[in-house]
Design a protein around this ligand. Sequence first.
Ligand SMILES: [Ca+2]
Ligand SMILES: [Ca+2]
Ligand SMILES: [Ca+2]
Length: 210
Amino acid sequence: MGAAVEPDGFIDYVIRVPLLATRPDPSNPGLLLPADRLTVTLSWLRTIIFDEISFASASDPRIGSVEALELEDLNLEIYLTDALGNIIGNEFDGTAVVRSSASTVNTTEHLSFEVPQDGIYLIRVRWITTTNDIFANQPAAEVRYGVAWRVDFSPRPAVFRPMGFKELAGALAGFGSEIGTDGYQLDGDADKDGAINFDDITTILANWER
Ligand SMILES: [Ca+2]
Ligand SMILES: [Ca+2]
Ligand SMILES: [Ca+2]
């Protein structure tokens, strides 16, 4: 017999607004604004199924024997993407992952971190394996989960970085675009609100090669 085929899979969630790393504070020269903080929690249940509870003897109700046991393993991974949701870097050799939570025996994964660089972030829920299926009667990779996230935004608009021809070229090339459409690029979205318009030209000129 050949080896069983292990299922593999993940579901992605793109945060469709750019997150900002730390940067100079325009109202307090010499000080820095904090980075945006991204917090993500993933939770699921383990499987445990009993026979029906029996009330045949009213004075002695019985919980039936265990019919199924299982613990599936999910992980959380965070990536940077381009405007169309494509992961930046090599997602297959592990080098593109920005952060991950990968415990092996829990039913929760949790991350909270200040983003290390400006960008569009993607949350990946990855199925890893099924464990403890001692009756070998549970399907793999079908566990339901809940995933929740929040961003604690640092003050906006306050991009306030030196800008120049790279940003101006990006704004002109991507003018009228937004995240999820062709042409959008982070450099041209100078105020990092997810769309490229006149506000970005204004921001670029105001920060021109400071
Ligand atoms: Ca895990
Ligand atoms: Ca299962
Ligand atoms: Ca913009």
